[in-house]
Ligand binder design. Structure first.
Ligand code: AMP
Length: 378
């Protein structure tokens, strides 16, 4: 049976299906609840952070066609919170139910080679790179790009997993043996001044709203701090926003998209990665804006208007990664001016994102602070 197209905007009481059970799904579901929507979370793991706050759940594999058909029948629209959901899952769902964003954004976002080609075609500058399928191609790529360079897996890499910095020819054998699956990507090492990211929400009517770009600082390849707004010249912030909008438009994306970029000392931006979903570097928007990234995501997916974010504070967000930093939750919960978010994960493992805390600061504080990173809540 062909289902009638869903009402636009989706009325309150409608059900948003979310593929993926992590913290991004959890915070999307909480934002959806604020607008009167129900969320149905589909993930292979039971008791996932998103399932704990969802109205309905399906615990099933991403290739379980029967479970996916039942899920499609139970929801009004589908989105995803995790870009390593197999593209085949959306291929099964797309004929049955509206999917926002669609499969193309997912396919490109989960494959570094497709992503870099796509960004280049869209006119977005990226670091010089080569696709590497054999050891001989690695030698050739190193000869062309020089050292240092960064060797990365093409798929399933996140939080710096699946990459190695090559500083000398002696590093090639170990890195080649360690990294899989292949092909890999070799990138020139970029001596960036800062890392920044920008997030856009785009509606089905083509309207687009951006958040102010964020400066991101990493520890052990995992996001540690986000500083908002990024303390960069106004022209650089505007360029970062224009780039993320251009990427979303090129994709025809409906939903949310984040673009991570390197800022070079000469003011140029090079795109590093895109994610067609809410992004860790946008967590500060939940507390420092009237309409944060998760609500913006829900609005785009549900066909609601996309308002100006209405940023009312500067913010510094600290990720709580692993048991040591998570252990500070009682003192963070007691700190005035700090918003604490804990993800309900069943195990506090090393290297896992377990929560975050955002310190809210009066507008203008970040631009004038000698080191805004020192304003982090922890
Ligand atoms: P990625 O997995 O691509 O997001 O990379 C994780 C982190 O590694 C980035 O946020 C950077 O801090 C660093 N990194 C990645 N690629 C490069 C590069 N080409 N040059 C310098 N640093 C990089």
């Amino acid at each position: 049976m062909i289902r009638p197209p869903p009402a636009c905007p989706l009325p309150p009481g409608s059900t948003i299906g979310i593929l993926g059970g992590g913290q991004l799904g959890r915070m999307s579901a909480l934002a959806a609840a604020k607008l009167g929507y129900r969320c149905h979370v589909y993930a292979p793991e039971s008791d996932s952070p998103a399932m704990q706050v969802a109205a309905a759940r399906s615990v099933a594999a991403y290739d379980d066609a029967a479970a996916l058909a039942a899920f499609a029948a139970a929801v009004d629209v589908v989105t995803f919170e995790f870009e390593n959901v197999p593209a085949g899952t959306l291929d099964i769902l797309a004929p049955l139910v509206r999917c926002r964003p669609g499969v193309e954004a997912l396919r490109i976002g989960q494959d570094r080679v497709l992503e870099k080609r796509f960004l280049e075609v869209a006119g977005i500058a990226v670091a010089p790179w080569r696709e590497v399928s054999s050891r001989a191609q690695l030698d050739q790529a190193v000869a062309e790009l020089g050292l240092p360079a960064v060797l990365k897996t093409t798929r399933l890499g996140y939080d710096g997993r699946g990459q190695a910095v090559l500083r000398a020819l002696a590093d090639l054998d170990t890195a080649w043996a360690r990294l899989s699956p292949r092909p890999l990507v070799l990138e020139a090492f970029i001596p960036f001044e800062r890392e920044v990211s920008a997030i856009v929400a785009r509606g089905a009517d083509g309207s687009a709203v951006t958040f102010e770009p964020t400066e991101n600082r990493h520890a052990q390849h995992i996001l540690d701090l986000s500083i908002a707004p990024a303390p960069v010249a106004a022209g650089i912030g505007a360029a970062a926003r224009a780039q993320v909008v251009r990427v979303a438009e090129s994709l025809g994306l409906v939903g949310l998209l984040a673009l991570e970029m390197f800022l070079l000392p000469d003011g140029r931006l090079l795109a590093n990665e895109m994610a067609p979903r809410p992004h860790n570097s946008g967590h500060w928007t939940m507390d420092a804006c009237l309409c944060g990234q998760f609500e913006m995501h829900v609005r785009a997916v549900a066909g609601l208007a996309l308002p100006d974010p209405g940023r009312h504070h500067d913010a510094v967000m600290k990720n709580l990664v692993g048991p040591e930093s998570y252990g500070h939750w009682p003192e963070l919960a007691a700190l005035p001016g700090v918003a604490l978010h804990l993800y309900g994960k069943s195990e506090a493992r090393e290297g896992r994102k377990l929560g975050h805390a955002t310190r809210l600061l009066p507008l203008g504080t970040v631009a004038t602070a000698p080191d805004p990173g020192a304003l982090a809540p922890l």
